[in-house]
Design a protein around this ligand. Structure first.
Ligand code: ZN
Length: 244
């Protein structure tokens, strides 16, 4: 069976649609595993929730999902993120709000724990260093953990002797899940931040016991044009061109 691993859609419908089309082109998946931040930054918060709900899926809550429904305030957001979040809040239907409010902080699937930020602090903590990752391996029981939030595709590997390594997760790389424990970030679907503007996602193959990372081009200009039309912050518009 195949499962799609998608993080940080961020209301970017063009990117999300391109990811879903790519998944279908590869034969489809049993279920979509969404790592949170469906909304925030981008121009199509309602449409992205609606599209995700058309698929069999599980989704955990991200900081932007909670901020958009007032579950946390935006005082810790930068001004652009806060402005986009307030705009997103006005686009949500009652059903969208109920849906976002229903998202759990942690979900379990197969041998995976799914969280947005980190298993220790699912809403806020960024996992970018081996020292932080190493601490976080004690906060989940399953063999593997899937995270988003940093929008950077990375693989943290912890061996039986406790040593922890981090490696990039390049385009088309296949990660074989053997005995070691892993924390895997599939990268950002709707707002990549690793210098590559293409949408990023991964697929778990339960028979092969592997996770494959994919990058795909999408119509960045279409998303940017809507953001300009809706007067979303220009910094958020331009960063999509560069993947930062
Ligand atoms: Zn995010």
């Amino acid at each position: 069976m195949h499962y799609a691993i998608i993080a940080d859609i961020h209301a970017n419908l063009a990117a999300f649609t391109a990811v879903l089309d790519d998944i279908e082109r590869r034969g489809g998946v049993e279920e979509v595993w969404c790592l949170g931040d469906i909304v925030g930054y981008g121009p199509d918060p309602h449409q992205c929730i609606e599209l995700l709900c058309q698929y069999k899926h599980v989704c955990v809550a991200g900081n932007h999902d909670w901020a958009a429904i007032g579950k946390i305030d935006t005082s810790d957001f930068n001004p652009d993120a806060a402005a986009a979040c307030h705009w997103a809040a006005q686009q949500l239907t009652q059903g969208d709000i109920q849906y976002l409010d229903s998202l759990p902080l942690v979900a379990q699937r197969d041998d995976f724990t799914l969280v947005h930020g980190s298993p220790r602090d699912p809403i806020w903590e960024y996992l970018l260093s081996t020292s932080r990752a190493k601490q976080n391996f004690t906060y989940f029981q399953s063999q593997f953990c899937l995270v988003g939030h940093s929008h950077v595709p990375l693989v943290f590997e912890c061996s039986e002797n406790g040593a922890c390594l981090v490696s990039e997760f390049p385009d088309d790389a296949v990660l074989t899940l053997a005995r070691n424990r892993f924390i895997i970030n599939p990268g950002g679907a709707g707002q990549p931040r690793d210098g590559d503007p293409r949408a990023s996602y991964a697929v778990y193959d339960s028979e092969a016991r592997s996770v494959t990372h994919y990058r795909i081009t999408y119509d960045i200009g279409a998303t940017q044009a809507k953001m300009v039309e809706y007067r979303l912050p220009m910094g958020l518009v331009s960063r999509l061109s560069y993947g930062v």
